[in-house]
Design a protein around this ligand. Structure first.
Ligand code: ADP
Ligand code: ZN
Ligand code: ZN
Length: 727
């Protein structure tokens, strides 16, 4: 008998299975620890998932573990449980799930650093500086003003768009110095904050009462109702009890402004986890959370996997935001994992939004979640009035109707700011030949190129392919190429011509490409440097622009005719969020919606009802049609460069699924995605629906392995998307 023992290891490979290896002794190789093992001709770092007595493989074929990296697992049993659950629920190989949840340096086998988090803070000399001492060194000033709110770690500094060179320059001048987190004296929480409003106080008390175990609360608060203040007071309680808070914000919500607000109110250091960190910074933040060195962790989607020593609460801000869903590889939903994690940890979870996802809303209505509402704005301001401009037969300046131009003028003359929303970047979405109708099209997606005039390029918004602007029609040689339709760049030209006396800021992915330009523009808007703000949905989210009294929404008609069963939910969220930028400082405010379909039921509803009422109504339709959240949806998707490979894949996949499907799972035939061709690939999908989540899960367990083994499967790229948000 061999003295060796067998362990089962999860490796980051796209196979839905684990692998057996030999170790000398199980006692030094605990479940959850990292090991290095030979795999094929490579070596890989994997996670021990089980100890076994024997292997199903002949023992001489089982290879030995090369290195054991950890004495104790890197994450808690609760995180381990969460990841295993996620692997099953999302039908994703467990090795890849584990891999995803670890900072890169740990995935490579590095030791988690025991060292303290490094921070930068102002020296006395730095504190005494004024902007005049710096002249034109704008970046240095930016870092100095950032540090004036308190010491910051590297993650926070990079989140604010400050480069290493700037840090070095200030270190050299001895205006800032390096310290470690544990050197810092504790700051006082902000005592000049205004008292919570009555509604806020009620919500805070209710939430504080639930801090003792697993509870999910939907905090539904209208835009400007001060949800953040509610979070902050609850977090302060959690910290006082010696526990930690994990807060997730949407990708775009992690601005220096948000951070400064948290830091000022709570008076503690905050670990920031986002995609802009380098590997060491990410590991340091992860480690600080794991060891309990920081009590507040603020991050985007993937921060949900951050271990905590003393977990106290999880908060998901803007819980409806699409950026919580990972759209490739391990396709998880950060919010749904948060529910599972809070349950495993036995702690409270707050889901906050002015426009809750229908999933969360339904859970609140049915009583599964607590439901707290903030119906009034914290500043006392009233919600804006809603108006429609019937676009039919209007005189237009570009996409602006005459009545809208008049209204804009009125608000501007009164000294207010105006926000114009157009969800299409670039100059024009089509460039076509006036002689023959030819238009420039991306061959890989079979969609028109968008003309980006500033960048002098045509860009495909679906696959990012770019090409120079043609001087002539490629079909008839004519030089009369015309832009058709308006994107934000062109709208900017129109607005600048119409409103010569006012400053215009454009906010979209193009205008904010440079590292810190987004937060800079946001700060300039808040300072009142611009009177007209125009942009895409980047403008819609969470920002507090005090002087906006008019919000205009152009060109939403396309959304009224979408095939997506979530179209009604999405458009009401968007409209409510964009409108929510108006009147936040208490001034009377107005929203203008331009449409060619003023009688459309959604338009009618959006004008007269609030989000809750619309959501309740649309939920009834979902219930009748047996769509999510009343049924579980799973999408099987496949793509390949030849259409017939995809067809054949689905022929056999569908057959397998039908053979195993119980009656309560509805199988829809595979069909081309709404964008059939993207980046040169033909794309199809097959929806599976069931009111019995468990039945659907069982079916997937039975079928994924079988589908994987079909001869058609290796010829396509296929995946399963559980609870897809794109349909
Ligand atoms: P939400 O996230 O719910 O849209 P915010 O948290 O951004 O709202 O708050 C909206 C505005 O109200 C902010 O300017 C904030 O400073 C202010 N505010 C929040 N709570 C209070 C309060 N209790 N008293 C006065 N102003 C408040
Ligand atoms: Zn032509
Ligand atoms: Zn393309």
């Amino acid at each position: 008998m061999s003295t060796e023992s067998i362990i089962e290891v999860a490796l980051p490979v796209p196979m839905r299975r684990t692998f057996d290896y030999k170790v000398d002794s199980l006692t030094h190789c605990a479940i959850g620890c990292r090991v290095q093992v030979p795999f094929g001709r490579r070596v890989m770092v994997g996670i021990v998932v089980a100890h076994k007595d024997t292997s199903d493989w002949p023992i001489e074929q089982v290879k030995a573990v090369e290195t054991i990296f950890d004495d104790v697992p890197l994450w808690t049993p609760n995180i381990d449980k969460l990841l295993r659950w996620a692997s099953q629920y999302y039908q994703h190989p467990v090795g890849e799930v584990f891999h995803h949840a670890l900072p890169k340096r740990l995935r490579m086998g590095d030791a988690p650093d025991a060292s303290d988090i490094e921070v930068w803070r102002l020296t006395d000399a730095g504190q005494a500086l004024t902007i005049h001492d710096l002249g034109r060194a704008k970046k240095q000033w930016k870092l100095l003003s950032l540090l004036s709110s308190g010491p910051q770690d590297k993650g926070s500094i990079t989140a604010a768009g400050v480069a290493k060179a700037t840090i070095d320059a200030l270190l050299e001048k001895q205006w800032i110095e390096q310290a470690t987190l544990s050197d810092l004296p504790t700051q006082k929480p902000d005592s000049d904050a205004p008292p919570p409003t009555t509604e806020q106080a009620i919500a805070i008390t209710a939430l504080q009462r639930h801090l003792d175990g697993f509870h999910v609360t939907l905090l539904e608060g209208v835009t400007g109702s001060g949800k953040t203040r509610v979070y902050l007071d609850v977090i302060a309680d959690v910290i006082a009890a010696g526990k930690q808070a994990l807060i997730l914000v949407p990708e775009i919500g992690l601005t220096p402004q948000t951070l400064a607000r948290f830091r000022k109110h709570l008076g503690v250091h905050i670990a920031v986890i986002h995609s802009g960190l380098n590997d060491s910074e990410r590991l340091a933040a992860w480690q600080a959370a794991r060891t309990g060195q920081v009590s507040v962790i603020l991050g985007t989607r993937s921060a949900i996997f951050t271990p905590m020593k003393n977990p106290g609460i999880i908060i998901i801000d803007e819980e409806h935001d699409a950026s919580y869903k990972q759209q490739d590889g391990f396709r998880y939903h950060g919010r749904d994992l948060a529910v599972m994690r809070a349950k495993n940890e036995g702690i409270s979870l707050i889901l906050g939004s002015a426009t809750p996802s229908f999933e969360s809303f339904q859970n609140a209505l049915s009583g599964r979640y607590h439901h707290l509402q903030l119906k009034h704005r914290a500043t006392g301001g009233v919600m804006p009035t809603m108006n429609v401009v019937d676009m039919r037969q209007q005189t237009l300046e570009g996409p602006l109707s005459a009545p809208l131009i008049q209204t804009m003028q009125k608000h501007l003359d009164a000294g207010n700011q105006v926000l114009v929303f157009l969800n299409r970047r670039g100059f024009s979405p089509v460039l076509l030949c006036h002689e023959c109708g030819w238009f420039a099209e991306c061959g890989r997606c079979e969609r028109p190129y968008t003309w980006h005039k500033n960048q002098r390029r045509l860009t495909c918004h679906h696959c990012a392919t770019e090409r120079p602007i043609p001087h002539q029609c490629e079909q008839c040689g004519s030089t009369q190429l015309l832009p058709v339709g308006h994107g934000t760049e062109r709208l900017q030209e129109v607005i600048e011509t119409q409103f010569k006396d006012f400053e215009v800021a454009r906010i979209d992915r193009d205008s904010t490409r440079k590292k810190d330009s987004f937060s800079r523009i946001i700060a300039d808007i808040q300072d009142g440097k611009y009177q007209i703000l125009l942009g895409t949905q980047m403008l819609a989210k969470g920002h507090d622009f005090g002087k906006v009294s008019l919000v205009a929404m152009l060109d939403i008609d396309g959304a009224l005719f979408s095939n997506d069963f979530r179209a009604g939910e999405k458009i009401s969220q968007l409209l409510t969020q964009v409108s929510g930028r108006a009147g936040r400082a208490g001034q009377p405010a107005q929203v203008v919606l331009q449409t060619h379909y003023p009688e459309h039921p959604w338009v009618q509803q959006l004008m007269t009802e609030d989000y809750s009422a619309i959501a309740k109504d649309l939920l009834k339709e979902r219930e009748q049609a047996l769509l999510p959240p009343f049924a579980s949806l799973v999408m099987v998707r496949a793509e390949a460069s030849q259409d017939n490979l995809v067809r054949r894949f689905f022929e056999s996949a569908e057959q397998i699924i039908r053979q195993h499907a119980p009656k309560d799972v509805m199988i829809m035939p595979a069909s081309p995605c709404s964008m059939t061709k993207k980046a040169g690939k033909y794309r199809w999908q097959m929806p599976l629906l069931s009111a019995q989540r468990a039945a659907l899960q069982r079916l997937l367990f039975q079928c994924t392995g079988l589908i994987e083994k079909t001869p058609e499967a290796p010829k396509v790229r296929w995946h399963i998307d559980v609870d897809p948000i794109e349909t």
